[in-house]
Ligand binder design. Sequence first.
Ligand code: GLN
Length: 257
Amino acid sequence: MSKKILVLCMAALMAVMAMVAGCGNDKKAADGEKVLKVGTNADFAPFEFQGADPTAYEGFDMDLIRAIGQEMGYKVEINNLAFDGLIPSLEAGNIDVIISGMTINEERKQKVLFSDSYYKSGLSIMLPKDNDSIKSFADLKGKKIAVQIGTTSATEAKKIEGAQVKELNSSADTFIELAAKGVDAVINDRPVNDRYIVESKNDKVKVLPDLLTAEDYGIAINKKDTELQSKINAALKKLKDNGEYDKIYAKWFGGKK
Ligand code: GLN
């Protein structure tokens, strides 16, 4: 009888030990799980936006950063922030990286590190279809132009002689302003203007074929984090080499790059 109790006690003890060990392992996995805190401004289709499900972030950048995270063994956590708040958040250490259709330029390089370029973009003009007087950037002199605050569009628009530049919070706001006839034209990144034409079914506007700039998008990383920069570049290269990048590109832009 006492032997039986002893066996039962042993079995119970082993079960408890197994549970403790199990818990231990789980805890280690949870603690050890590396999280990549990503900042974006999710109002920039087709790069980052909220579709039918408002809790899910969609777009080329979102798929790309998830693939990069997976490659590096990080769980990706998306934080939706104002575009002009992204670099300050990175500098403050609240996020680890920015992916937000962000153009690599000298001004930003003073504050952040950039990954290698992952997309080639440029700026284009959107305006009412019935406006025949504006045919290129040169015709924007003295005009009212809407742009998104803190962007390369804002920088370029301010260089145009006599232009009245309205700086709004998102590219979506610039389209609303144009529809409300508050401005003569909008300057945005070309793929974003092109996508609006297709998705909004607004047939009263057009995009001029002219590109003002050639811009490269990069993932921004905290100035101190050269190790993360190397890891991201290695992951990006791998995705380009193994065809994953091309798959993501084809999903959002159709065709091969
Ligand atoms: N590519 C532009 C820039 O970096 C616009 C980016 C954006 O609005 N998300 O300024």
